[in-house]
Design a protein around this ligand. Structure first.
Ligand code: IPM
Ligand code: MG
Length: 358
């Protein structure tokens, strides 16, 4: 199989984690005789520095000719002077919107070998297996009116959802539930927000088309509590853009480190976008310290979802599991008891995973 992958490393730790994801993809390509071609592009703060634009046309042209896009992370204090409307994060928001990847899939699992590392009790987090389906191109992130009013002394953002936007994301959630444990928990704030009332109404309607899937609804405040109180009750969690952003960072605590978590952003047309859920962590940039597994598992999602390479994706995920089972750790997933010789850098743990793939 021959595929073009656009790689947008971005800022902070983005380039180091993305490099490891590219390395494992090359190892997979070697082992399974595929031809993967990587084209690099600029996004975020470094794109502002180079082109004066967080998502320059140069990047878009390589993205548009690719079969899938791998993104690192964007942002950092260096660009705090740039107004939000043109800042690094806009690069990510714009590419999601332009690619129309309305469904953000964020699986949160607790590896058995790591379940003692969460700050939460082991018996609570053990065997957690949740798929977040986050709406990604609508809601308060994208609608107007927005901006400053009153000489800068008041500000406005607008949350808006159409029935069509809600039903298409709900369909994604129900379809995934069918392949999993057949339960969807829809998260909203229907006791306070009109968008949430439409959300709930529409999800109930869509749910009728999936009679074998159990549907329940939680208010977002309660969902935030249930998530760390009893995470095993959840299978698929369906939610709007901003609630999904917040809840998935919270859910990262279940898996020991946010550095482990991947995501896939999908829609009706390719290319799709793959990125770890963590940010650019500028304070760790360039130190070869952070965990590249979120980026590496995002590459596995790319193999499975964009290229339909199920076996390759499985092989990659197993290799990650094997390396963790063998006791290898990056700094973020260590304790005082972790043997020093098992603590690896970003590159070294990436290399271990590649070795496992050969
Ligand atoms: C995420 C990030 C983004 C978001 C930022 C970078 C705009 O936090 O992907 O979770 O809020 O969606
Ligand atoms: Mg986030």
């Amino acid at each position: 199989m021959k595929k073009n992958i656009a790689v947008l490393p971005g800022d902070g730790i983005g380039p180091e984690v993305t490099q490891q994801a590219v390395n494992v993809l090359k190892a997979i390509a070697g082992r399974f005789k595929h031809s993967l071609h990587f084209v690099y592009g600029s996004i975020g703060g470094e794109a502002i520095d180079r082109y004066g634009n967080p998502l320059p046309p140069e990047t878009l042209s390589s993205v548009n000719t690719s079969n899938a896009v791998l993104l690192g992370a964007v942002g950092g204090p260096k660009w705090d002077y740039v107004p939000v409307a043109n800042g690094p994060d806009q690069g990510v928001l714009m590419i999601r919107k332009l690619l129309r990847v309305f469904a953000n899939l964020r699986p949160v699992k607790t590896y058995t070998s790591l379940s003692s590392l969460s700050v939460l009790k082991q018996e609570i987090v053990k065997d957690t297996d949740i798929l977040f389906v986050r709406e990604l191109t609508g809601g308060i992130y994208f609608n107007s009116p927005r901006g400053r009013r009153d000489k800068g002394n008041s500000a406005i953002d607008t949350s808006k959802y159409s029935k069509e936007e809600i039903s298409r994301i709900a369909t994604v959630a129900f379809n995934h539930a069918l392949k999993r444990r057949k339960k969807v928990t829809s998260v909203d704030k229907a006791n306070a927000l009109e968008t949430s009332r439409l959300w709930r109404e529409t999800v109930v309607e869509m749910g009728k088309k999936f009679p074998t899937v159990q549907l329940e609804h939680l208010y977002v405040d309660n969902a935030a509590m249930q998530l760390i109180k009893n995470p095993k009750q959840f299978d698929v969690i369906l939610t709007e853009n901003m609630f999904g952003d917040i809840l998935t960072d919270e859910a990262a605590v279940l898996s020991a480190s946010i550095g482990l978590l991947p995501s896939a952003s999908i829609g009706n047309t390719h290319p799709y976008l793959y990125e770890p859920i963590h940010g650019s962590a500028p304070k760790y940039a360039g130190q070869n310290k952070v965990n590249p597994i979120g980026a590496i598992l995002s590459a596995a999602m790319m193999l499975r979802i964009s290229f339909k390479l199920e076996k390759e994706a499985d092989t990659l995920e197993k290799a990650v599991e094997k390396v963790l089972q063998s006791g290898y750790r990056t700094k973020d997933i260590t304790t005082e008891k972790t043997p020093k010789n098992k603590i690896l850098g970003t590159k070294e743990i990436g290399d271990k995973i590649c070795e496992e793939l050969k």
